[in-house]
Write a protein that binds this ligand. Structure first.
Ligand code: MEV
Length: 357
């Protein structure tokens, strides 16, 4: 038996059900799409991402030994999960083994933040199974733990972009300073191989308009860690290329202003401009270029999204059907989403949740 509880997300009701029997807990977190600033954000430049309609659900239930979708948990196979389990339980309290089941509609290794959504949803679910319920995580702590899991998996070079967006939902802005016109949420720091980075994390609500994001998946898998290392190597070989990183930062700032004003034509234009620099940095691919060219005639703008090298492109459009068909004709698989969706959500589980705010 379950009990429903109405919460709201930007005026829209969000149903959270709390199981009154059974020991399972299910938490859910959204995919993300970066509108501006991927790669540059690793070097402290501003970036903007939105939570997508596509989500990942993690269901945990007590078991005799740890397993993930039927296979045993190992640090090598499941670095994010392994990291989180060890971070959430201190040496004083041993975690009881759990069976973890992952479902959802976020394509893996496609630039849509499936690993961040996994870390965030898992964090939310695992938190409820810790014994001290008075010590539940809030959004800041949850996204911090998930970020550390990402950083471990990306050799210490990971911005908190994906994990913050998956945790907070809506539209998330990262910057090296507190931004006007945004709601500041928390500060995040990380010691990267290139030095200490600090990000101010905000949410913002753009004016409503009839615009959509169409994501086009190339089907080519390119690990984020590899793409991030590629940019680091390009900068090491030619330190002047930091100017390209800074140029992305100023496009992000311009794109953010246009988003705040609801000027979606300018937002689209800035997205296309951002893509040209990413292409020049060497993180695009032939497949991404094909899908972007196919989308542009019916879109306000288009770019690769995420780490690139494969994965997805995104088009901002007022004609989602036409843009989606053009991308599919060029060989991509598409997903359509509105801008900004709910962040981490507990779907089924104990009453006292991470939801402290
Ligand atoms: C990956 O979704 C975005 C990158 O900027 C890496 C990061 O922010 O950690 C490429």
């Amino acid at each position: 038996m379950t009990r429903g509880c109405e919460k709201e997300y930007e005026g829209r009701p969000l149903l959270v059900t709390m199981g009154l029997d059974g020991d399972a807990t299910t938490a859910s977190a959204p995919a993300k799409c970066i509108l501006f600033g991927e790669h540059a954000v690793v070097y402290g430049e501003p970036a903007v991402a939105v939570a997508l309609e596509q989500r990942l659900n993690v269901r945990i239930s007590p078991a005799k030994s740890w397993s993930i979708d039927g296979s045993s948990l190992t640090a090598k196979r499941h670095p994010h999960i392994h990291h989180l389990v060890h971070a959430l339980w201190t040496n004083t309290s041993e975690p009881k083994p759990l069976s973890v089941h992952v479902t959802g509609d976020i394509p893996r290794a496609s630039g849509l933040g499936s690993s961040a959504a996994l870390s965030v949803a898992l964090c939310a679910a695992l938190d409820t199974s810790r014994e001290n319920s008075g010590d539940r995580l809030d959004h800041d702590e949850m996204s911090h733990l998930a970020h550390m899991a990402e950083a471990t998996a990306q050799s210490g070079r990971a911005s908190p972009m994906d994990t913050s967006t998956s945790t907070l939902g809506g539209v998330v802005v990262l910057s090296d300073r507190k931004e006007d016109g945004c709601e500041w949420a928390f500060t995040r720091q990380l010691e990267t191989p290139e030095g200490m980075r600090t990000w101010e994390i905000h949410t913002m609500t753009p004016p409503q308009d009839d615009v959509y994001l169409v994501l086009g998946n190339t089907g080519v898998h390119a690990p984020t860690s590899h793409q991030v290392a590629l940019v680091a190597a390009a900068l090491e070989a030619n330190p002047e290329r930091i100017n390209e990183i800074r140029a992305i930062g100023s496009i992000s700032r311009r794109g953010l202003k246009a988003l705040q004003e609801g000027n979606y034509d300018v937002v689209g234009h800035a997205m296309s401009e951002n893509h040209l620099i990413l292409r020049n940095l060497g993180v695009s691919s032939e497949e991404l270029e094909t899908l972007i060219s196919a989308a542009l005639p019916t879109a306000l703008g288009a770019k690769l999204t995420g780490a690139g090298g494969g994965g997805c492109m995104v088009a901002l459009t007022r004609q989602p059907k036409a843009t989606s068909e053009a991308i599919e004709l060029a060989g991509g698989r598409t997903l359509i989403s509105r801008l900004g969706n709910p962040g981490a959500t507990l779907i089924e589980g104990p009453k006292e949740t991470f939801w402290r705010d």
